[in-house]
Design a protein around this ligand. Structure first.
Ligand code: GLN
Length: 525
């Protein structure tokens, strides 16, 4: 049976619970433990797949094709673990299961209620994620005090009673604001939020204090006193330049030692792998500037994994990557002139398409390294058809269902689909790389597996015309039916992929396409 760490949040949202949970997981992995992490989300969507990125940030896709919370991206990037659909549970999923069971007659005779039926289902879904790990970290989304989060907190409270206190640990993340006028850090919000937690029967073991600055000992003492937590378990988590520093801050204050002690596990003195990464990030002299041309750029979380993967590509090249967020609706060529590369990420819907096409024309003609991902790759095809083949009305049927030249069209198996939730082409698929192509060299492999999330694809009717004009279809599904990667011959770096390579990039295992893209940006300087 695994040990459990429950992570709750107080005071306000956006404190970086995901990064904190993932950092704790990475420290425990360094202790030689097998760790899994699960996110519980209190909203009623069955998964975030149908939510706008403005609502929820990026939708992260797992190997098994689950559309999940972006925190799962941190969990994968910070640890060696692959996430699956079991790692993200929403209130919508919980209620869906319970109501379905009720209709099937699974509760005959009973009045179905939040306690015990909803809480039992939450506990069952948590226990499902426990397999094959020594420690399961369960991050509870939202903020303590939210109505929606109550069943989750009640379920983990019950679980800690059932498993035993020595097998479970509660980490509460709070905010300690610095009030300029008073020149003081204030502990009152933390006191209140812990009080709220204790009112529902949960006494935290560790208080993780987010703040602008390091929390001094005197404030830690005060928090310890008011929250009934040992002073050594009040941990400071100040703002950092790079999120990879968080684990180092926690380790410095003995977070990993404290957890080992609580669970009665042997503690090993280790040097954290994050030190090397942070050292590289702090000491790089070189810098490349990349334009990320998208329509959701006002919320940077919408492209979290792409931004992270660019950073990883930078780490591999000992280069800082500055991302210039370009709103595709107000495209300007002057800006692109000054930058070293262009990336057009995934997206849905027609808004901002024309700006992206212009950026792609610029990248193609001016021979700037250009990287198209999913929608970005599809638009590379539209742009090529319009500007090189002269098919001025070429389009994707996503944006113009009646275009005479549908170079991107809905996939055959998608045509009959009526329900929009969870029905795209999702998850990991194999792709073979064509001999002699750039991507074959970049990956150094014949067969790769990458994650997908789309309904549209390249229309094979146009393959020959494209090839004759210099487009190389360098990645194909094993049966040759689906175009997965395109590249342009005669261009230093113009590559588009139908999949999302960003989901598989980690700081310690940067994705080859991002490494190569950043290196091309450097070469073009
Ligand atoms: N909207 C496009 C499709 O559904 C691209 C999706 C994406 O970029 N993830 O095929």
């Amino acid at each position: 049976m695994a040990y459990y760490i429950f992570v709750t949040g107080g005071v306000l949202s956006s404190l970086g619970k995901g990064v904190a949970s993932a950092s704790i997981a990475s420290l425990l992995e360094e202790q030689g433990l097998k760790v899994n992490i699960q996110k519980l989300d209190p909203y009623l969507n069955v998964d975030p797949g149908t939510m706008s990125p403005y609502q929820h940030g990026e939708v992260y896709v797992t190997e098994d094709g689950a559309e999940t919370d972006l925190d799962l991206g941190y969990y994968e990037r910070f640890t060696s673990r692959n996430m699956s659909r079991k790692n993200n549970v929403t209130a919508g999923r919980v209620y869906y299961n319970v109501i379905k069971r009720e209709r099937e007659g699974g509760y005959l005779g009973a009045t179905v209620q939040v306690i015990p039926h909803i809480t039992d289902e939450i506990k069952r879904l948590i226990r499902e994620a426990e397999e094959d790990c020594d420690v399961l970290i369960v991050e509870i989304g939202g903020t303590v005090g939210d109505i929606e989060g109550l069943p989750f907190l009640e379920a983990v409270r019950q679980l800690s009673m059932e498993l035993g206190r020595e097998k479970t640990l509660f980490v509460h993340i709070t905010y300690v604001p610095y009030i300029k006028g008073a020149g003081e850090l204030k502990t009152k919000p933390t006191q209140h939020s812990v009080k709220e937690l204790r009112a529902i029967g949960i006494q935290p073991n560790v208080i993780l204090c987010r703040s602008d600055v390091e929390i001094p000992e005197s404030i830690k003492e005060k928090i310890a006193l008011f929250t009934n937590v040992d002073k050594s378990a009040v941990i400071s988590a100040p703002d950092v330049e790079f999120i990879y520093e968080v684990a180092l801050h926690l380790k410095k204050q003995g977070m990993d030692r404290l957890i080992a002690k609580h669970f009665n596990l042997e503690y090993k003195e280790t040097k954290s792998k994050w030190e090397g990464i942070v050292h590289i990030l702090r000491n790089t002299q070189r810098e490349v500037k990349v334009a990320l041309v998208g329509k959701y750029v006002s919320l940077k979380d919408s492209y979290k994994s792409v931004a992270e993967a660019l950073l990883h590509g930078g780490i591999a090249n000992r280069t800082r990557v500055h991302v210039e967020w370009v709103n595709s609706e107000d495209y300007s060529q002057e800006l692109l002139e000054r930058l070293d590369g262009i990336i057009v990420p995934g997206g849905f819907g027609g808004r901002g398409i024309e700006g992206k096409l212009k950026a792609l024309t610029f990248g193609r003609e001016r021979k700037k390294p250009t990287f198209g991902i999913c929608l970005g790759m599809q638009l590379m095809c539209v742009e090529f058809a319009r500007e090189v083949l002269g098919l001025k009305d070429a389009n994707s049927t996503e944006f113009d269902p009646f275009t005479p030249n549908p170079v991107i069209d809905i996939m055959e198996e998608q045509k009959s689909i009526k329900e929009l939730g969870g029905t795209m082409r999702l998850g990991s698929y194999p792709c073979k790389l064509v001999e002699g192509s750039m991507v074959r060299k970049i990956y150094g492999a014949e067969l790769i597996h990458e994650r997908h999330r789309h309904r549209y694809e390249f229309n094979n009717k146009y393959r020959e015309d494209f090839q004759k004009a210099g487009m190389v279809f360098s990645g194909l599904s094993p049966d040759d039916r689906l175009v997965e990667i395109i590249e342009l011959s005669g261009h230093p770096w113009y590559i588009g992929c139908q999949f999302h390579p960003e989901f598989k990039s980690k700081p310690f295992k940067p994705h080859p396409l991002f490494v190569s893209f950043i290196s091309a940006c450097l070469e073009g300087q």
